[in-house]
Design a protein around this ligand. Structure first.
Ligand SMILES: N[C@@H](CCC(=O)N[C@@H](CS)C(=O)NCC(=O)O)C(=O)O
Length: 128
């Protein structure tokens, strides 16, 4: 199993914070998204969304999305401490805050940065 990540990227940091909290050491490969490595092989064939983080399982399965990666690791290998909740109520509350953070905060912020800040446009993050 190998994690493809860029430790300076916000979603990469989400996974790194999760790993640190759980004291998990994973085989990791840095993909420098500032240099556009996500658009080059072998990464673009591994993850057609051209972004990090993504997790490659031993059977070749690719899991993208930071929260899905963390959830998989917790459920399959590292249940303690349980960071996704212990009961239906806790799981619902954790899911609720994750969705609020992503839909109302991170996504609009990401679009604004990508399209308005020249640094991100120049470095290949821009969509236009
Ligand atoms: N929803 C995805 C977002 C992934 C994402 O936007 N990753 C950024 C780094 S934080 C990326 O790889 N950007 C490169 C690009 O857009 O070209 C997740 O949580 O994993």
């Amino acid at each position: 199993m190998k994690l493809y990540n860029f430790s300076l990227a916000p979603n990469g940091l989400r996974v790194l914070a999760f790993l640190k909290e759980k004291k998990i050491k994973l085989n990791t490969h840095e993909v420098n998204v500032r240099d556009g490595e996500q658009f080059k092989e072998p990464f673009k064939s591994m993850n057609s969304f051209n972004c990090i983080p993504f997790l490659e399982l031993d059977d070749g399965t690719i899991i993208t999305e930071s929260v899905s990666i963390c959830r998989y690791l917790e459920e399959e290998y590292y249940p303690n401490p349980p960071l996704f909740g212990n009961s239906p109520k806790q799981r619902a509350q954790i899911d609720m805050w994750n969705r609020r953070l992503e839909l109302d905060c991170l996504t609009p912020l990401g679009h604004a940065l990508r399209n308005k800040i020249s640094f991100f446009c120049r470095s290949g993050f821009g969509w236009y």
